[in-house]
Design a protein around this ligand. Sequence first.
Ligand code: SF4
Length: 505
Amino acid sequence: MPLFSPRRYQPPFYPVRQEETWPARAFTAFERSVKGWLFGCRMCGNCILQETAFVCPMTCPKGLRNGLCGGASPDHCEVDPSRPCTWYMIYNRAERMGRQDKLLEVNAPIDGSRAGRETWLEMIRFWREREQGPYPLDFFFNRKKFNQDRDRFFYELRQPDWWQGDALYHPAVYQEPNSLLEANLRSGMFVTTGEIAPPLGASGDIILKKVGWLKEYVAAANFTDNASASARMNSMASSKICLEAGLEPVMQLQARDRSRVVIESDAMGAAGLGVRNILCLSGDHHRFGPAPMAKPDQFDMDAIQVLWMLRRMRDDGKYLDGRDIKQPPRFFLGAAASPFGAPPEYEAIRAEKKVNAGAQFIQTQPVFDYDRFTDWLEALDKRRLLDKVYILAGLIPLKSARAAHFMAEEVPGVMVPPEIVTRMDEAGDKEGQQEEGVAIALEMIEKLKNTPGINGMHVMAVHWESIVPRLVEESGVPRPVVSSLSEVDDLAWVREKPVGVTEAA
Ligand code: SF4
């Protein structure tokens, strides 16, 4: 067990190309063993220990470099329950050390050409070439200058030119809404989105059928991206079928199983097909999928890095490698949030980081515990996030008592209070249980639609999409008010006070 971090989940990286001389190889091996003993270091080649309260984030089984995942808990890691959550340890220690502000910087993904190589000599080389300190004498005679030089030096060291991550808010730079979902959210009306699981087979007929049920009632429909690490029709193809059927899709794009190159290419492909709304996710670990399990190291990026990269593709017109994009994509970018996973103040840090990186709307895990949900909203409000991002509260209508038990006991990051499970248990036969599930959902919608800071709801009635029209009608929430972007010119109010866009807009 390392001194300052949980044990490594994955072995250290080895360089793509071995060091050429034996002293260099010996030094690398020495650094690997010392840092392994101290931090469980995997030799990622870009040390961010100063940002993570000296706990190595690469010991996280998903290799997340920007915060905890939706299933994190104080007891253990969701991937390997025999170990603590690395990110819990980071948040805890950062809190104790008063270093929480450091957790907001968007850290870069690993540079594969640096992984596995030594970094100590590289740091000295960088310091000498840069010639801007920090200088040892300043430590004794000008401590303030030394500290400033040191912070600048380490910032430049960990934030390569191709990334330039920071802890600042980056609102979108465009003016007119990029999608119908965005236009509807800008209208200020309560907005409903739905969710459709892509089919298991090759036919899109089932999507057409479900879009038919939903399209009068929701502003857009999400298509999951191989959720729970189980293969289905991909999210992009499903989104295109939905678009052609007359409903705007939200394409979920997860980092798992994709390199940065594929993420850029898939996002660009989706833009070419007319998909505007993209929800960026890290993705469930393969441990939650069916056997045979893929090899564990399937995360090149995390959700925050994907948001950062896609926002820059849109607003700066650049690929990650610096090439210009002649016709930048028009994305409306979203993120997921887990109000019930970690303590609200931890989750709010992660939400702020997502918003800073580029998230313009957030869809949450399903809300069953309203009080806990409002604690999370308050934590977001304290960080002044509610004016920067649209919040769509997640809602799952429970179809059976079995579903209630499953949500309560098996799904990480979801909290179902015991009284809801009891209500479902006591609801009688199948029909009675469905009616009770609808009643619980309607009670929750009533609370959500009167909650300041909430802009709408995201109904995840997966395999029960036909219930959505009833929920919308009986709850009295409005149907979408903007059905074509050409209407936006006539609807001046749609552009008033947009959230997540620069002041100029
Ligand atoms: S719970 Fe999630 S964030 Fe925490 S160590 Fe496990 S995979 Fe990483």
